[in-house]
Design a protein around this ligand. Structure first.
Ligand code: 13P
Length: 241
C-alpha cells in the first residue's frame, strides 16, 4: 500500500510569530482529515523547535528543508541529522530545484544527503524535475532518469518519498496537467526497485486543482509551496476530495 503524503514546503517564509498564527488557524481543520493521510510541514530551521512543541500530540509530522551528510563539522550554514531528529523532525526535503539552481546542489550531494537522512531514521523527500527548456527539447525523461539513477545509488527505497516537481510549474501558477504529471510519475515508478514508494506531485498545487491531481492513480500526494503558507488554503489541500 502506498502512503498518501501531503507536505507543505514553507521555503524561506514565516517568523516564529507567523508560524504560531498559522498553526492555530490550521490544526482545527485536521479534525476531519482521513487518518490515512500523512500531513507534513517543512518550516525554516528557526521555526522547527517551536513547531515541534506545538505539533506534539497532533497528527502533523515535521520536516526540514535540508540536511548535511556529516554528523557534525566545519560546515557553516548547514544542519546535521542528529540536530533534527533530537527535536522530533521526521522528514527532510532533499534536492529541491531551488537548492540545485541557487546553491550548487548536485546529484552527488543529493545522494550523500539522502543516505545521511536515512542513516538517522529521517524519511527523505527527493525532488526531481525538468526545466521548461528541457521539456521543450523532449529531455524530460532522460533528465529525470539521470537524477534518479545518480541520486538513488545505495539509497533504501523502503524509507523514501519522491516529489516530481517540474521547475516550470513551481511558483508560476502554471500547473502541470494532472494527466501529464501522472504519466511522468508512472515513468518514475517504473525505474524504482520498490513499487510502493510514495511519489508526490509539486508545482503550483492549489485548493482549486488538488482534487484533480489526487484523483490520478499514480499520484500519492503533493509537495506544496505557496499554498501551504496560508492555513485555510493548506487545510483545503490536505482535505482534498
Ligand atoms: P509552489 O507550490 O509555490 O509552486 O512551490 C512548489 C514547491 O517548490 C514545493 O517544494
Amino acid at each position: 500500500m502506498r502512503k498518501i503524503v501531503i507536505a507543505g514546503n514553507w521555503k524561506m517564509f514565516k517568523t516564529q510569530a507567523e508560524s504560531t498564527a498559522f498553526l492555530s488557524g490550521f490544526l482545527p481543520h485536521l479534525e476531519s482529515t482521513p487518518s490515512a493521510r500523512e500531513v507534513v510541514l517543512c518550516p525554516p530551521f528557526t521555526d522547527l523547535i517551536l513547531a515541534s512543541k506545538s505539533l506534539h500530540g497532533s497528527r502533523v509530522s515535521l520536516g526540514s528543508q535540508n540536511v548535511h551528510w556529516e554528523e557534525n563539522g566545519a560546515y557553516t550554514g548547514e544542519i546535521a541529522a542528529p540536530m533534527l531528529t533530537e527535536i522530533g523532525v521526521r522528514y527532510v526535503i532533499v534536492g529541491h530545484s531551488e537548492r540545485r539552481q541557487y546553491f550548487g546542489e548536485t546529484d552527488i550531494t543529493v545522494n550523500l544527503r539522502l543516505k545521511a537522512a536515512q542513516k538517522h531514521g529521517l524519511t527523505p523527500i527527493l525532488c526531481v524535475g525538468e526545466t521548461k527548456q528541457q521539456r521543450d527539447a523532449n529531455e524530460t525523461e532522460k533528465l529525470i532518469s539521470s537524477q534518479l539513477k545518480k541520486g538513488l545509488v545505495d539509497v533504501d527505497q523502503s524509507n523514501l518519498v519522491i516529489a516530481y516537481e517540474p521547475i516550470w510549474a513551481i511558483g508560476t501558477g502554471d500547473t502541470c496537467e494532472a494527466k501529464e504529471a501522472n504519466r511522468v510519475i508512472s515513468l518514475i515508478r517504473s525505474q524504482l526497485s520498490n513499487p510502493s514508494v510514495t511519489i508526490q506531485y509539486g508545482g503550483s498545487v492549489k485548493p482549486n486543482n488538488i482534487d484533480e491531481i489526487m484523483a490520478q492513480p499514480e499520484i500519492d500526494g503533493a509537495l506544496v509551496g505557496g499554498a501551504s503558507l496560508e492555513a485555510d488554503s493548506f487545510a483545503r489541500i490536505v482535505n482534498y476530495k
